[in-house]
Write a protein that binds this ligand. Structure first.
Ligand code: SF4
Ligand code: SF4
Length: 371
């Protein structure tokens, strides 16, 4: 678990957790929000076949290469809010954060106003930007998770269009400049034999950690017959298979909802410890939509569905799409507002499919990825 201490921090501390709830019908609350997940862009050079950006090898028809503007971030995520954040994750559903035109500016906004123990983390394929840019990122004390699924002869089988030389050059520059990083290796049949070799390479290259990730995406809400999936198969070795996926039964989706955005000790793989600072995480998409988690953001734009077809829109349309947009409202009024209230109420009556898929207490495909 990375711990990034800012030597310039002169004893500033995050605000204590305030359990005050503005609305007893709303399980989320602004004052309890201490973690933020940003999807900075919808851009990426890669075509990973199980990603919502390009599921099955086809570019998602709903995307527009949107970027979350730095000006909007500065305006709507003010210093006071930044100062209490324990975690800033830059990842997302549809793009790679290193393609944001001013990622260093975004990081600087959080680094300049965050407390010393704030964890800032970028998740990337690493296949873009020159070495000096990576050195500059290292100086910001931002933790980087490089998603590298194999070695020179295999990484591109899943990370299509990602050039091995560029990834190696990026990671080397970042690590050599003192950056803290982790190599996350998504295990498949075509790369499982290289796991120990990759682990050894990660040590030689100065990565702080190496993790094998067991994909949960072999269980899908749709049954699509897509050509690219022929070559993307689960590993043979049971220790690299996702146990929840192996034992999957559709009746598990009928379990009680245990919202992970409210139970962050179980979120994000590396941030496992029970948070002392607060529970709520929020997700802000490249379009500026404010949601409890990235999964609802991905549900809104499934490539195989028509616009507004997914049942999450049932709740959004009830409160009005314009009312979950950061350009129109403050974070506080969105989180304490109607959409979050409707979502919480839906869990007891008729949860949307994505909440059942990700947070039914009987199915833990997400948590099993990192075990
Ligand atoms: S690198 Fe990330 S954003 Fe880009 S296609 Fe792959 S999974 Fe999707
Ligand atoms: S999918 Fe639904 S239940 Fe799960 S974290 Fe997101 S909002 Fe909460």
């Amino acid at each position: 678990m990375p711990s990034i201490h800012d030597p310039d921090d002169k004893g500033r501390h995050p605000l204590p957790l305030d359990h005050t709830r503005q609305n007893p019908r709303n399980p989320f609350n602004f004052v309890g929000t201490h973690k933020i997940h940003l999807e900075l862009t919808q851009r990426c050079q890669a075509m990973c076949p199980m990603c919502d950006r390009c599921y099955g090898g086809m570019l998602n028809k709903h995307l527009s290469n949107a970027d979350l503007p730095l000006d909007l971030i500065k305006q709507r995520i003010p210093h006071k809010f930044v100062s209490r954040l324990s975690s800033v994750l830059m990842c997302g559903n549809f793009g790679d954060p290193i393609f944001h035109p001013d990622l260093l500016g975004v990081v600087d906004h959080f680094a300049s106003h965050g407390h010393g123990a704030q964890i800032r983390r970028v998740v990337t394929n690493g296949g873009y930007r020159d070495p000096s840019w990576w050195s500059d990122l290292a100086k910001t004390k931002t933790y980087v998770t490089f998603s590298i699924d194999g070695l020179e002869d295999t990484n591109h089988i899943y990370r299509k269009n990602v050039k091995w030389e560029t990834v190696m050059r990026s990671a080397t520059a970042f690590n050599m400049a003192g950056g803290k990083s982790k190599w996350v290796f998504l295990a498949f049949k075509h790369n499982e034999h290289q796991i120990e070799e990759a682990r050894e390479l990660s040590r030689r290259m100065g990565f702080e950690a190496f993790t094998v990730k067991k994909s949960a995406r072999f269980v899908s809400p749709v049954n699509m017959n897509l050509k690219d999936f022929d070559e993307i198969q689960p590993p043979d070795n049971p220790k690299y298979r996702n146990e929840a996926v192996e034992n999957f039964d559709p009746s598990q989706f009928e379990g009680k909802i245990r919202c992970r955005a409210l139970n962050l000790d179980n979120m994000r793989g590396t941030i496992r410890e029970k948070s002392r600072l607060g529970n709520n995480e929020i997700f802000i998409s490249a379009l500026g939509e404010v949601l409890p988690c990235c999964w609802l953001g991905s549900a809104m734009y499934k490539t195989w569905e028509s616009p507004r077809e997914n049942d999450v829109w049932r709740l959004i349309d009830k409160v009005g799409y314009e009312n979950i947009l950061l350009k129109n409202h403050s974070l506080k009024s969105i989180i304490n507002g109607k959409f979050y209230e409707e979502l919480g109420a839906s869990w007891k009556i008729d949860p949307v499919k994505m909440c059942k898929f990700k947070c039914s207490e009987k199915f833990d495909g997400y948590g099993e990825q990192f075990k």
